[in-house]
Design a protein around this ligand. Structure first.
Ligand code: UDP
Ligand code: MG
Length: 326
């Protein structure tokens, strides 16, 4: 493997309280890694300012002036964690051989970086940081996060369990990611779709170093909905299944009503009414589901996701058989 230039990408939204601490600890880590020869001297730490309303960007500028180890990307406005992260990855991918993304709040164990890099050097393209326990999260955060993964999985958005956005990606993995043109961005769901060898590194998730979570319940729910609707059309398929089911019930109701009718235990009009309520309900849901299936297909088409990504291209040119180095 060629040189090992590492870029650490950190999305920041109103993180003035933690920024210096994070910058300091990351710098120590980078120095250590450079000394050990694990990464190149050209490695950098890049903060992405996601339209913060506080002095985050000023702090990033100062950091950059004090030491060129630090870089900064300023977004025009707040676009959310996922977009800020993507902006970071896409901006640094030309310069880096590998990129580690992590949150600004020091909740992810910085020391897990050593293992990530080690795995990268052994040929792994995507290393997921996975929390081995959530002992330090509040009960509410823990419960809501567990539910989040379960609901997501049930609705067809398969993600790596207990993995947030702390991960290492190789240059070619990020180039693969660049081929996913979707606007509805849910990185945790898309990255496993890239392929390439991947592995996990386990760590304990700590508490937020300072400041408050930028993911209150409202954002978490919209994040979950985003994840489900941008990855799968399962909800639409559930409507179809429900339609079939209700229609089936209507047939049973038909039989039941006939029996009641011949037993003379009904009033006039009850039978037809009962049957039609169920039958029409079932048919409406069924047709809605079918229309939905087509809308779902259109939806997936408009995303223009790459249908494949070429990992390697082995070929010999006809007569010349010459190797061209770029
Ligand atoms: N973040 C961001 N834009 C936003 C919200 C959050 O860039 O609109 C960043 C934030 O600065 C942090 C990371 O995303 O680095 C994760 O946010 P947070 O730690 O608040 O989430 P939690 O750990 O509570 O899920
Ligand atoms: Mg956090």
């Amino acid at each position: 493997m060629g040189s090992n230039i590492l870029y650490v990408v950190v999305p920041c939204y109103n993180e003035e309280e933690v920024l210096y601490e994070t910058a300091g600890r990351l710098k120590d880590k980078m120095k250590d890694l450079i000394e050990k020869g694990a990464i190149s001297r050209d490695s950098k730490i890049v903060f992405v300012n996601d339209g913060s309303k506080d002095s985050t960007w000023e702090l990033i500028r100062k950091l950059h002036e004090s030491d060129h180890l630090y870089g900064g990307i300023n977004l025009t406005r707040n676009r959310g964690h996922q977009n800020a992260l993507l902006a970071g990855l896409m901006t640094v991918k030309e310069y880096a051989d590998m990129v580690i993304s992590m949150d600004a709040d020091l909740q992810d164990d910085i020391d897990a970086m050593d293992d990530m890099i080690e795995k990268y050097r052994n040929g792994i393209d995507i290393v997921y940081g996975v929390r081995s326990s959530r002992a330090k999260d509040t009960f509410f955060k823990k419960a809501s996060a567990e539910t989040f993964y379960k609901v997501m999985k049930f609705l067809g958005a398969d993600t790596v369990f207990n993995h947030a956005d702390y991960r290492l990606m190789s240059k070619r993995a990020i180039e693969g990611l660049a081929e996913f043109k979707e606007v509805n961005l849910f990185l945790r769901g898309i990255i496993p779709m890239i392929g390439y060898p991947s592995d996990f590194v386990y760590y304990e998730r700590g508490e937020r170093f300072a400041g408050e979570s930028k993911y209150p319940l409202k954002k978490m729910i919209s994040f979950a909905v985003e994840g489900i609707t941008s990855l799968s059309i399962k909800p639409v398929q559930l409507i179809t299944i429900l339609g079939f089911f209700i229609f089936f019930v209507s047939i049973i109701m038909l039989l039941y009503s006939f029996i009641r009718h011949f037993m003379g235990a009904t009033i006039v009009g009850w039978t037809t009414l009962m049957v039609s309520v169920w039958a029409i309900g079932g048919l409406i849901l069924l047709s809605l589901g079918i229309v939905g299936e087509y809308v779902g297909k259109i939806y997936l088409e408009t995303k223009e996701r790459p249908r494949f990504l070429v990992e390697q291209f082995l070929h010999v040119k006809g007569e010349e058989k010459q190797e061209t180095d770029k």
